[in-house]
Each structure stands twice: as C-alpha cells, then as structure tokens.
Design a protein around this ligand. Structure first.
Ligand code: GAR
Length: 222
C-alpha cells in the first residue's frame, strides 16, 4: 500500500467540503493525510472542524501584510513547509498572486460552484438562474494564474427546478460538490488523475472533456 497523499486544505468559510473530505478519510475511502488546514479568516468554521479532527491549523490575517503578494508569499511558504503534496482550495475566497501559485501548478485544485467555463467569480447560482439555464453544477479544476480558469478535471450537474431561488439551488448543489471534490481528491491520491502540462490525464490518457460525476463515480464524457 502506498503512503497516503499529504494534503493541505485552504478554506475561508464554514468548511462543509472539508468536512466531507474528513468523513471520507475516516471511512477509509480517501487515502490522504491532512497536514494543514489554513484560512484567511480566524473565525472560519473550517478551522474549528480541523481542530476537532486533530488537524494542524493556520490562520493568517491579510490585514497584517502590506499587500496581497506579501500575504500569499508567506501563506504559500508555510504550506510548503507543511509537507503538503496537494493543496485543496475548498471555499478559499481569495485571488492568489501568480508568483506564489506558479510552483504549485499541477498540485493545487479548486472547487467552484458552476459549470466552468460558465460563471467564473462570484454569485454563480444567481447568475445561472438569471440566465435561465436549465442545468447548473460544480467543477473541480487545477489552479492556474487565470481566475477559475485552469484545466477542469471533473464536473457534476443538476437540473434547475422551476421557481427555485439561488439559496435553494446552492443548497441542492452542495452535497453534490462534496461528492465531486472527494472523488477528485481520491483520484489524485490513487494516481488516476494528474496534470500533464495543460491537459488533465485520467488513467494515463489526456481528457478531451472534463470527467462527469454520475451516481457517485467519475466517468469519461464522450
Ligand atoms: C462552496 O460552495 C464552494 O464551491 C465555493 O464556496 C463554498 C464553500 O463552502 N467556492 C467558491 O465559490 C470559490 N470561488 P464550504 O465552506 O461549506 O466548503
């Protein structure tokens, strides 16, 4: 059996995606070791979840740094020092300096609540509803310097219900996000998913389309 993949999770908020990863690890479905949970918000629920699970935590306040770049350089130096092999952005609500993130390209993923390339940035549920989309979803992608723009690994889709508001749509999507992120981290930890230059590889083959999460499993989209 290979050593578990050492991961660090970055989160700014409640941490439900982190919680899903912890549960999967505890159930034996996710061969990872959590080496650090880091946040830009000392009050983030994610930090409390990590502490309760016995995972080391780090809270850095951006207001204590002269600029974004100084904050990111310090944060990413500490992430490197943690020994993490993969960084998982799970609700980390900051744009990251490109010099800080470049060494991590191929080793840092983000979950975003839209079917990328649709709706990069904020208010994704509202924008999908305003556009009259019949389906919505979430994506996990490798992080590059382009905001929400790196190669998409996998997506999960759900049908928009008539008359629903953005809160309900977000609420229905969230459990699917948890499964998507867990499945992708498991795929990376198991060596099935990797980045080769700018193409996502799945079982050694370059993907033409993002994987789809169907019935809890990642499948190729033909
Ligand atoms: C999730 O919905 C995630 O997709 C989103 O933040 C939420 C975090 O929830 N991420 C982004 O919007 C990134 N641009 P959580 O703290 O409960 O995991």
């Amino acid at each position: 059996m290979n050593n578990p993949l050492r991961i660090a999770v970055l989160a700014s908020g409640r941490g439900s995606n982190l919680a899903a990863l912890l549960v999967a690890r505890d159930c034996g479905d996710l061969p990872v070791e959590f080496v650090l949970v880091a946040s830009d918000k000392a009050a983030a629920g994610a930090l409390q979840l990590a502490q309760a699970a016995g995972v080391p935590t780090l809270a850095l306040d951006p207001r204590h740094y002269p600029d974004r770049r100084a904050f990111d350089i310090d944060l990413f130096a500490r992430l490197a020092a943690s020994g993490a092999e993969l960084l998982v952005l799970a609700g980390f609500m900051r744009i990251i300096d490109s010099d800080a993130l470049t060494p991590w390209i191929g080793r840092m993923i983000n979950i975003h609540p839209s079917l990328l390339p649709k709706y990069r940035g904020l208010h994704t549920h509202r924008r999908a509803l305003e556009a009259g989309d019949s389906e919505h979803g979430a994506s996990v992608h490798y992080v590059t310097a382009e905001l929400d723009g790196g190669p998409v690994i996998a997506q999960v889709r759900l049908a928009v219900e008539s008359g629903e508001d953005e809160h309900r749509l977000a609420q229905r999507l969230l459990p699917l996000e948890h499964r998507l992120l867990t499945a992708v981290v498991a795929g990376i930890a198991g060596g099935r998913i990797a980045l080769d230059t700018d193409r996502v590889q799945f079982n050694g083959e370059a993907l033409a389309q993002p994987l789809q999460l169907i019935d809890g499993r990642l499948v190729k989209n033909h």
